[in-house]
Design a protein around this ligand. Sequence first.
Ligand code: ATP
Ligand code: MG
Length: 276
Amino acid sequence: MTALLMAIQPPSVPIPDRQSKCLAQLQAVSKDYAVRSGGTVTALEDISLDVRENEFVTLVGPSGCGKSTVLKILGGIIRASGGTHLFDGKPLDKPSREIGMVFQRPVLLPWRNVLDNVLFPIEMLGWNVREHLDEAHRLIKLVGLSGFEKALPQELSGGMQQRVSICRALVYDPKLLLMDEPFGAVDAMTREEMGLEVLRIWRERRKTVVFVTHSIPESVFLADRVVVMTPRPGCIVLNLPIDLPRPRTIDMEFTPEFKAYADAVRGAVYSSKRSA
Ligand SMILES: Nc1ncnc2c1ncn2[C@@H]1O[C@H](COP(=O)(O)OP(=O)(O)OP(=O)(O)O)[C@@H](O)[C@H]1O
Ligand SMILES: [Mg+2]
């Protein structure tokens, strides 16, 4: 496969900076969950992953393979059962203001309007809300929700609610953005638009992103690197750098280079499913 991928590299493709600093690191991480019927479920086994500063990593794999578990460990929401987890070179065992998280479902506060939902983390951090008002308005505009500042979550579509949660994760300017299938509830067209929006935010604000998705084309389209996980207990079967030019455009999906990457990811997903 490496030979195939080398053969499809156009000579002009800039190679992303793989020398940049490692921002988040998992070394031989495992995770066992206690289950109510007694005993444990091993969700992850021997996961090692380096996420470099400014990198866009996508995580793909079948349902239940442990993608959300990896994200929650990276976010300091849950602890690994074994192995090491470092953020910015230090162990992390609780959520950090340097990390923003967008969950699989938007989880907005239903009684707060869009603006107040976006500003919620600022209040939680005990920061001055007035000083962050301009930033909240800038983010709302960036995701195309100007005019909806006073709307309640119930007055928004699923995709619009997810945009609010993206703003909420960005308002305190975290270094690392963890996104767990953020476009699960939106149609294919909106999904493409939102993918482009996330890429724009990532580029303009120089974030590091780990993004979980079920969609193989989306995993290639967004990423500097695609990581494929096996069914439970999850481990990593493919760590594939994507050397497609940036900025990415929708029509790239029709190129032979894109198709070869998507085929390589698909091959890894399905071979791991078969051998499970
Ligand atoms: N709190 C928990 N208690 C017990 N088992 C859990 C818990 N959370 C997750 N698991 C188990 O760990 C495994 C991995 O779950 P996880 O949610 O990380 O998978 P996933 O890859 O994100 O799945 P999906 O694609 O469906 O969102 C599953 O088998 C699940 O049953
Ligand atoms: Mg999940």
